[in-house]
Design a protein around this ligand. Structure first.
Ligand SMILES: *Cc1c(COP(=O)(O)O)cnc(C)c1O
Length: 388
């Protein structure tokens, strides 16, 4: 087949069904586009899905916003250090900086690609106040050990669950171990609202504060202000941000969430197909899920060591592009970026595991929108590129 004629397979394409489309249309027709009943419903549904009371869930317009206001609502004093992973999206570190805090990186485990609890403990100083683990690719971090370190040193824990909507550790949903769990509903994530995010919090008071911070610092939200219960004055009680989710966004999310298990199972099938199809290739496949955990199946990442497989990572990305298949890199390690090098003097070599992974990793398409034929196209392309 002439691959150049195939349609481009967009990496992380969402699956949007008629239910989402009808709900968005109904929302538009209702005349209520902003934060309102559909956002409240999404918060309730998400809380039920993760087994928490609905007062402990707050929808926002991104995971970045969720991380930012969670750190503020946790009351971490400005200038404190927050330990996180170098193998993450820039938003994790930027949110720490926006909260007036100081990011400290602790290297990852080369197999799980998650932050190493020993490295966390080694990075603790008298100024450390929080740990911000990222459940990479949907694989749960070692939450027993991380929570033990947090208890020992009296630290706040904020979980970046952007990849981990469905993940569980010893039967407990991720995002419910720490003081806060922050989820992303960005287009490529396991559930999407286009842009969007969700906060789960352990303390009802802190979640209420995060909610106030996410809407200008106003004591009553706009739904109450303009609703049918009569005009309500609001009071500005903090200098907040504009981080609220719209009902138009929640309209998409309600049906994405209703299908969350179905799309997890579909991605799990694709995952198994890749595992089986690539077992004999000279590349490293994702490590099997740890026992007593549920993997979120968000990213299928393979490692290409140029010596071993005969092609450099970036040349492989280009060859996939020629085959009209979108790929991703999750992630070049944080200290590869010039901003952090300039600001903190960081060098990638200081976190060698994250550096090596970031230079070898490729994420293959893993989306419920993929047909069986799409998956076979990916399999054929990867095999033909690696066999030369
Ligand atoms: C996507 C992502 C974010 C940011 O999510 P947004 O909803 O786009 O703000 C944060 N952390 C990680 C690990 C991510 O993958």
């Amino acid at each position: 087949m002439d691959q150049t004629r195939s349609p481009f397979l967009v990496f992380g394409a969402p699956q949007i069904d008629e239910a989402e489309i009808a709900e968005v249309v109904a929302c538009l027709r209702s005349g209520w586009l902003g934060t309102g009943p559909r956002v409240a419903q999404l918060e309730r549904d998400f809380a039920i899905f993760r087994g928490v009371q609905h007062e402990r869930a707050a929808a926002v317009n991104s995971c970045t916003a969720a991380l930012h206001v969670s750190m503020l609502a946790a009351g971490i004093e400005p200038g404190s250090e927050v330990i996180t992973t170098p193998l993450t999206f820039c938003a994790t570190v930027n949110a720490i900086l926006h909260a007036g805090l100081v990011p400290v990186l602790a290297d990852v485990d080369p197999v799980t690609q998650n932050i190493d609890p020993d490295a966390i403990e080694a990075a603790i100083t008298p100024r450390t106040r929080a740990i911000l683990p990222v459940h990479f690719a949907g694989r749960p971090c070692a939450m027993d050990r991380i929570m033990a370190v947090a208890r020992k040193y009296g630290l706040v824990v904020i979980e970046d669950c952007a990849h981990a909507v469905e993940s569980e550790y010893r039967g407990q949903p991720l995002g419910t171990f720490g003081d806060f769990g922050c989820f992303s509903f960005y287009v490529t994530k396991n559930i999407t609202t286009g842009e969007g995010g969700m906060i789960l919090g352990r303390s009802e008071e802190q979640v209420a504060r995060a909610r106030v911070l996410a809407l200008h610092g106003m004591s009553k939200d706009a739904w109450h202000r303009f609703g049918d219960k009569g005009y309500k004055h609001y009071q500005v009680v903090e200098c907040g941000f504009k981080y609220n989710m719209m009902d138009v966004q929640a309209a998409i999310g309600l049906h994405q969430l209703a299908r969350v298990e179905e799309s997890w199972r579909h991605r799990d099938e694709i995952w198994r197909r890749y595992d089986q199809a690539f077992a004999q290739l000279p590349i490293r496949l994702p490590a099997p899920a740890d026992s007593e955990t549920r993997h979120g199946r968000h990213l299928y990442t393979v490692m290409l060591d140029a010596q071993r497989c005969g092609i450099a990572r970036d040349d492989f990305l280009e060859a996939m592009n020629v085959a009209r298949i979108g790929t991703g890199v999750h992630y070049l390690s944080i200290p590869e970026h010039p901003y952090y090098q300039r600001r903190f003097g960081w060098r990638p070599e200081q976190w060698p595991n994250a550096m090596k992974l970031g230079r070898e990793t490729v994420s293959l398409p893993l989306s419920p929108a993929l047909s069986d034929a799409d998956v076979e196209r990916v399999v054929d392309a990867v095999r033909s590129i690696l066999h030369g």
